[in-house]
Design a binder for this molecule. Structure first.
Ligand code: BDP
Length: 672
């Protein structure tokens, strides 16, 4: 089958005596997930050492092979052991004279520990003295696929779905490799279908698909992954012709009780459901004069007997806005809809909240529901499919941005008040919480279209389990694992990845204003593309200035934050400059902290950004002889496209604002 193994590509380490010494694996655990851990070690060691170690399914006791004096120093065995009492999904790896021990709470811990050890060996870090203890930060670490059942992927930039084709579900070698890849980065939950549930996807909760879903969910379960489905809120009407989906109506409640009983019995490893309701035309409780708590709780009550979770999205806004209306502010809508419901959701409901109040732009403030909600389970939703950040054709390593979001102080508590604290349960002691990413995979051979976009998939999983890792550490790991130990490759790719988001931001929309993309497909510059449209996404540029006044004199959005954030955002002088145009309408002649005017800043950053994109490609090309030809070509092609496309961005943005403002570039560069 035509697909690659990404960071699970192992290579021979014949000169590494430490790794080559390992000849035995003792797996004394009768657990399918732990058994996969042992198998993964066997697989990795077979490639690295040239021959498969022996697997002993017994404790390492008296029957362990005796060592002779000269081999006593060599680590020659790995022991896997489930130890009751440790936190779920945690592991402890340590070296003990001549063996490596992986102790874990459960099968998942063993599997994660095995992959952690494989990483260590792949990167040729010494095993002597190894002593690593890890516990998961976010309880739910989830991918949301926006895959449709005809095989297309909404906002998919790396081929078609590998879950669906012609309205059928696929379970094959690729879905197994997918599960292995996810387990290796500790992802423990997956939604396989698009949040916009229509047509056949509504039928995923019917007999027609149960057998295949069961098969897929069992295959996932072996790798510690729970299957979730996106649900159509109007399913009772569409599947069984009921005349309503009113969450407070008894026959509707009964329909869902029976449906949940059926679905959870037929698909035993099902974790629950993700729901997009009353959003962008999807059905929901508003139709019946009910609110989101009514809708979510009705489903949660029906799913509760089976331990099912209801993950309810907060991406709710008026998508039929009149652009003339300056009072309505899309940024406010998530907060305004959900904040009044704090404390009203059942315990098996989790609100899934996008990182920003708009929609996955390259720069947005944190959505203030984080720091607002206190008595509601919360999950952070980010998007690694780069819908607005270059669609996996431009390189844009998103982990630095995710770190910024997670480290944001909400001031909801005296301590442990960051977004990371909230979604890992540290702030309020919640256990139903975590992180979800809109996935960036498809059936392209390299899974993510752009080879470098795989760093976002890898990084998301690593970050959700260990948020204390830095973006650099994660990138270094990924580079070592994917491309082998080569300092030159590492330094150049690290430079590209770490700078990529900043570069992308420079040549696209300035200072947090966002959008300025072509409507519908969202690729490439179109400054007024959304300006006179109904989606609530405006830059409000005129001949004097630009930006949206979200201060207390404007839409009041800034005041939704806790202090001191509210005051900081509310004033132009204290607002972080990278978000200036998100919060304020600013004259082109306004001077930024570095003394430059806003208009000059726009010109400078756009010239710089495009020049840096060109520079990235130049740097990459020095790796021509160090990377496999196929991979080199694939990446180089995309970097070339990015270089050209960044000029288009630069020129359209600069020209637009030059024509609006009539102010010349101080450096007299070419603007059209
Ligand atoms: C937007 C996408 C749209 C999604 C929506 C969502 O353009 O395709 O359906 O988000 O998150 O970013 O529901």
């Amino acid at each position: 089958m035509n697909f690659e193994q990404l960071w699970l590509t192992y290579v021979k380490k014949e000169n590494n005596k430490e790794i080559c010494g390992i000849r035995h694996i003792y797996a004394d655990c009768d657990n399918p997930t732990a058994t996969h851990g042992a198998e993964e070690l066997l697989l990795a060691l077979e490639v690295m050492t040239g021959s498969k170690p022996v697997l002993h399914k017994t404790p390492m006791g008296d029957d362990a092979e005796e060592k002779n004096a000269e081999s006593a120093e060599i680590i020659d065995r790995i022991k896997l052991c489930i130890v009751p009492g440790m936190k779920a999904e945690s592991y402890h790896i340590y070296e003990n004279e001549n063996w490596i021990m992986i102790e874990a709470s459960d099968g998942k811990g063993i599997l994660y520990g095995a992959f952690a050890l494989i990483r260590q060996m792949q990167r040729e870090k010494s095993l002597k003295g190894l002593n690593v203890f890890k516990e998961p930060a976010a309880p739910l670490r989830m991918l949301n696929h926006w895959d449709n059942m005809d095989g297309s992927i909404e906002r998919g930039y790396s081929g078609n779905s590998f879950f669906f084709e012609n309205n059928e579900i696929i379970v094959n070698e690729r879905t197994k490799t997918y599960a292995r890849l996810l387990a290796s980065i500790s992802i423990n939950a997956v939604v396989i279908n698009n949040v916009n549930v229509k047509d056949n996807a509504t039928c995923l909760i019917t007999d027609r698909y149960f057998d295949k879903l069961k098969e897929l969910s069992e295959s996932f379960a072996g790798y510690g992954i729970r299957l979730f489905l996106s649900l159509n809120y109007a399913a009772p009407m569409e599947l069984d012709g009921l005349d309503s989906a009113d969450p407070l109506q008894e026959d509707i409640k009964q329909w869902w009780r029976e449906k949940m009983a059926e679905v959870f019995t037929k698909i035993p490893n099902l974790g629950g459901f993700l729901i997009k309701a009353d959003s962008e035309g999807r059905p929901g409780p508003f139709t019946y004069g009910r609110n989101h708590a009514d809708g979510a709780n009705m489903l949660a009550e029906a799913a509760e007997p089976y331990g099912g979770l209801i993950i309810w999205r907060c991406f709710v806004y008026n998508c039929r806005q009149d652009w003339r209306d300056k009072k309505t502010d899309r940024a406010r809508s998530g907060y305004d809809n959900f904040m009044p419901l704090d404390g009203e959701f059942k315990d098996n409901v989790i609100l899934q909240i996008k990182n920003g109040p708009m929609d996955f732009q390259v720069r947005e403030p944190v959505l203030p529901l984080f720091g607002g909600l206190k008595a509601t389970n919360q999950m952070l939703e980010v998007q690694i499919a780069q819908e607005y950040t270059g669609q996996q054709r431009h390189v844009c390593y998103l982990i630095p941005m995710f770190k910024e979001i997670m480290d944001f102080h909400t001031y909801v508590a005296k301590e442990k008040d960051t977004v990371c604290d909230i979604v890992t349960g540290r702030t309020f002691g919640h256990t139903n919480c975590g992180m979800a990413a809109v996935a960036n995979t498809g059936n392209d051979a390299n899974w993510t279209g752009h080879d470098l976009a795989a760093a976002n998939l890898y990084g998301f999983g690593r970050l959700a389990y260990e948020p204390e890792l830095t973006a650099e550490e994660i990138a270094s790991e990924w580079i070592d694992l994917t491309f082998g130990k080569d300092e030159e490759i590492k330094q150049i790719l690290l430079f590209i990845l770490i700078n990529s988001r900043g570069i992308y931001e420079k040549y696209t929309s300035p200072l947090g204003i966002g959008w300025m993309v072509n409507p519908a497909h969202h690729y490439g510059p179109s400054v007024d593309g959304y300006e006179y449209d109904r989606w609530g996404t405006y830059h409000r540029a005129d001949h004097l200035g630009m930006g949206v006044d979200r201060s207390d004199k404007g839409t009041g959005y800034a005041m939704l934050y806790n202090e001191p954030n509210a005051s900081a955002y509310n004033h132009m002088e204290t607002c972080p400059e990278e978000l200036l145009l998100f919060f304020h309408h600013v004259p082109y002649t306004y001077r930024l902290k570095n003394g430059k005017t806003l208009i000059q800043h726009i010109y400078d950053t756009h010239f710089e950004g495009a020049a840096e994109a060109a520079q990235m490609r130049k740097q990459f090309e020095t790796l021509k002889d160090r990377l496999p030809e196929k991979i080199y070509k694939r990446i180089d092609e995309r970097l070339l496209h990015q270089e050209e496309h960044s000029k288009e961005w630069r020129d359209q943005i600069n020209t637009y604002f030059y024509r609006k403002s009539g102010i010349m570039d101080e450096l007299g560069r070419e603007i059209y």
